[in-house]
Design a protein around this ligand. Structure first.
Ligand code: FES
Ligand code: FES
Length: 133
């Protein structure tokens, strides 16, 4: 099975690798694992006072598709509101990266990670923003 060019590009030049201090103001951390293969992804967002994700970083211990999915998602969420970022679907990631069926769970990991990061941020910031809807 061949990786698409987009996967290879993100794998070789991953965007936004790294992390923020977990307890820093405005930071949400999502840590998820894929039961199918044991891979682990940590994705963090930094949210500004307007509720916009101004930065995102990730660390992924996993396959090329998982790394590419997390790299892509960190690019997509920048500049988005939390609600907008919540609407990102793994199917959009899989489509953009042209993932084959056996690699779909790698994109699910990225969707789960961004959602977990947003939930973590909302919990830490008093949940006032999420309990209204
Ligand atoms: Fe986990 Fe892909 S099976 S690295
Ligand atoms: Fe398991 Fe990619 S995350 S094979």
């Amino acid at each position: 099975m061949a990786y698409s060019e987009k996967v290879i590009d993100h794998y070789e030049n991953p965007r936004n690798v790294g992390g923020f201090g977990k307890e820093d103001a405005g930071v949400g951390t999502g840590m998820v694992g894929a039961p199918a293969c044991g891979d682990v992804m940590r994705l963090q967002i930094k949210v500004n006072e307007q509720g916009i994700i101004e930065d995102a970083k990730f660390k992924t211990y996993g396959c090329g598709s998982a790394i590419a999915s997390s790299s892509l998602v960190t690019e997509w969420v920048k500049g988005k509101t939390l609600d907008e970022a919540m609407t990102i679907k793994n199917s959009q990631i899989a489509e953009e990266l042209e993932l084959p069926p056996v690699k779909i769970h790698c994109s699910v990991l990225a969707e789960d990670a961004i959602k977990a990061a947003i939930e973590d941020y909302r919990k830490k910031s008093g949940a006032s923003s999420s309990e209204t809807h």
